[in-house]
Design a protein around this ligand. Sequence first.
Ligand code: SF4
Length: 184
Amino acid sequence: MLTETDKYNVVQAPPGVEGSGFFATSLDKAVGLARKNSLWPLPFATSCCGIEFMATMASTYDLGRFGAERLSFSPRQADLLMVMGTIAKKMGPILRQVYEQMAEPKWVLSMGACASSGGIFDTYSVLQGIDRIIPVDVYIPGCPPRPEQVIDGILRIQDLVGKESLRRRNTPEYKALLAQYGIE
Ligand code: SF4
């Protein structure tokens, strides 16, 4: 029996397509389901965290189980930028260029202390967090994070991807977020 609240949330199926054998969903949810289970990561690995990522891809942890088996080293054919390792300030413009070359929709995962905050390298030459130059969706803590943590980060990204509205990338809020980084 529907409650008063349900009556406003549930859309009744039109005649002829109700009952068993039919289900109704929204385009947002169908596209979100497809996107979240077919991520194409671009591994931007610069140091030791990258090795831990290799372990995550290998047979024991097997990231392919989550639909993210196909790694891309071309930004045009990737939708998840995974930054792992120490990012020197000199490398900042390259990382940003890679991000800008990726087509929308795209997501960013920052793996490990170095990528997220500079880690132990509080020096003049190391970027103190990639979120100073590009927006980040999920951070994975640790030095290095274990493969289980990497998988947890991927699951969180999948959660975001699956729930993202198709309209989000055209909203003023998203444009304002990019504008903060000087990205049009
Ligand atoms: S967080 Fe630790 S393991 Fe990862 S790149 Fe930095 S120093 Fe290496």
